[in-house]
Write a protein that binds this ligand. Structure first.
Ligand code: 3NM
Ligand code: MG
Length: 540
């Protein structure tokens, strides 16, 4: 059978490795369990086998695959693929050049190629539809399976670049699977995040080795993975509503604050030294409880405290492994994380740290100043001077585009702070745009802004931007079941700006502004009458 035109076979793609088999299993028995459980494509990848053994193994698997109508791909060994009449071959960048492979295997075999760079996509587009049928996009995450790999993990953002290149070079025939470090816990997130920027292309499937090959119950592992692949929503925030259906009103803000007062959220701060004391006081003023913990071993307990939320401010110097553990823990229990990418484009070190953290998890909200948001959107990396916002990046339209791009790429609520705060909801209800894509792109997302005139005093105290992060985390964390995350983010911004305005008007200087900001957050929260707040929300 010729599977070349069959675009449905890429959903769940098993690549074998006989070096990790659990005791009492064989390569064949593991593949058999996976095939019977519904795997859609199999690749035999044996790096250390003798040819004779490889062929014997491949023939046995081929018989099984034929019976279940699952195509069989052979890694690298064109000769073996031809000899046994496999359905396809998979080659890497250091293997035989694709045009030679096609000459050898003829027009009917599937050819797969490992791709990690956009220039490789350009190349396959130049060859056209007769050559590469699918690509393995990787390495997505660090993996124990492929030792000595020269590839640097690209994360979901790297996969998005490849999907964008496929759209740019119009390689519409080419199917895609993600590979490398994919396991049940991160697959739903990866499927959710990996969408081309025009919303028209997502991954066609997932390819993996250890999650099945090293499993003592390969059939159970396969079925679990298929369930994730069939589920088109990603509930990373449990029962909370991601989107607001209508434009949030003062009634909604009142409702958010009432929930916070009732639920008294615990807001774990991992933040920079300058922010720690002020952020804790802002959190208390809002009726929430701060904990400024960077202890890796207690994250798993903290995130399970009712109404816990995490503020991750990357101006901190917490060890990367602590940060990674924290992100995984909060994601696992579906509690919100607010991410503040401090100084994103200021130095390479900061950009790499932020990119790594962004690739590890899913965030409820990403909040930054214009330099940070422009940097994250890839629109500007030179407008940073230190970690503070600069006034050079004042082009409102550019900032709006950047906010939309960040919201869309990271499938998050993006907030860009400044004299005007911009807010864009990129969650699209937690729904995935799998395979055909919805066609929804960044420009289709609703944009809001909050204004209350210029409050220059905000720039005269430390950590005023960081403490908006504390405020967002407090309000999102305080939501009860079914609360709206978007409404909470917007409420936090309107509240914070209104308190800033009250604090600035008639204050003597930056010292008293500091104190008055806390006083006014305290008062506005307890009075809870958002009709009187001065800052206004508008839709663009
Ligand atoms: N190819 P696991 S990563 C076979 O990046 C392979 O091209 C990769 O194994 C690439 O699912 C990889 O156990 C190993 O992480 C994937
Ligand atoms: Mg190879």
């Amino acid at each position: 059978m010729n599977y070349r035109k069959d675009t449905d076979v890429y959903k769940l793609y098993l690549v074998t490795d006989s070096g990790m088999l659990p005791e009492g299993t064989t390569l064949f028995s593991q593949v058999e369990k996976a095939v019977k459980a519904g795997i859609t494509l199999v690749q035999i990848r044996e790096k250390d086998s003798d040819t004779k053994d490889f062929i014997a193994e491949a023939l046995e698997v081929k018989k099984l695959c034929n019976e279940y109508k699952v195509p069989l791909i052979i890694n690298d060994r064109i000769d073996v693929a031809l000899a046994i009449g496999a359905d396809g071959v998979h080659v890497g960048q250091d293997d035989m050049p694709i045009p030679m492979v096609r000459d050898l295997v003829g027009p009917d075999m599937i050819i797969g190629w490992s791709v990690g760079k956009t220039s490789e996509v350009q190349q396959l587009a130049e060859w056209g539809p007769d050559y590469v049928d699918y690509i393995g996009i990787g390495t997505l995450f660090p993996t124990e399976t492929k030792k000595n790999s020269k590839k640097v993990p690209m994360g979901p953002q790297g996969a998005i670049r490849i999907l964008d290149a496929l759209q740019e070079y119009k390689a519409d025939w080419c199917r895609t699977v993600g590979i490398g470090g994919l396991h049940a816990p991160n697959i739903p997130r990866v499927l959710y995040q990996c969408t081309s920027s025009d919303g028209k292309r997502a991954l066609d499937g997932i390819s993996l080795v250890s999650d099945i090959m090293a499993s003592p119950t390969a059939d159970v592992a396969t079925k679990r993975l298929l369930e994730f692949l069939d589920d088109t929503t990603y509930s990373y925030l449990g029962d909370l509503n991601l989107q607001s259906n209508d434009e949030p009103t003062s009634h909604d803000f009142h409702d958010v604050l009432a929930q916070v007062a009732k639920n008294r959220p615990l807001v774990q701060h991992v933040t920079n030294k300058v922010h720690q004391n002020f952020g804790a006081n802002v959190t208390l003023a809002l009726g929430a409880s701060p904990i400024m913990s960077e202890i890796e071993s207690e994250v798993g307990e903290l995130c399970r405290i009712p109404n816990a939320a995490l503020l991750l401010n990357t101006g901190s110097v917490a060890p990367l492994s602590m940060l990674k553990t924290a992100v995984a823990a909060y994601n696992e229990v579906t509690r919100p994380i607010v991410f503040d990418p401090v100084g994103y484009s200021a130095t390479t070190t900061r950009r790499d740290l932020n990119d790594a953290l962004l690739s590890y998890g899913q965030y409820a909200c990403i909040k930054g100043n214009s330099g940070e948001i422009l940097g994250l959107a890839g629109l500007n990396s030179s407008s940073m001077k230190g970690v503070d916002a600069t006034s050079t990046a004042s082009d409102a339209e550019l900032i709006q585009s950047a906010t939309r791009i960040v919201a869309y790429r990271y499938k998050t609520i993006a907030v860009c702070t400044g004299e005007t705060d911009y807010i864009c909801d990129g969650t699209v209800g937690g729904r995935r745009f799998i395979s055909t894509g919805s066609g929804i792109g960044p420009d289709d997302l609703d944009m809001y802004y909050v204004q209350d005139g210029h409050i220059p005093m905000m720039g005269d105290i430390t950590a005023s931007g960081c403490s908006l992060g504390s405020t967002i985390a407090s309000l999102v964390g305080g939501l009860g079941p079914d609360g709206s995350v978007f409404n909470a983010v917007v409420a936090a911004i309107v509240l914070y700006k209104s308190a800033g305005r009250l604090a600035a008007d008639g204050c003597d200087g930056s010292g008293s502004f500091h104190v008055r900001l806390i006083d006014n957050l305290y008062k506005l929260t307890r009075v809870n009458n958002p009709d009187t707040w001065s800052a206004v929300l508008k839709k663009i």
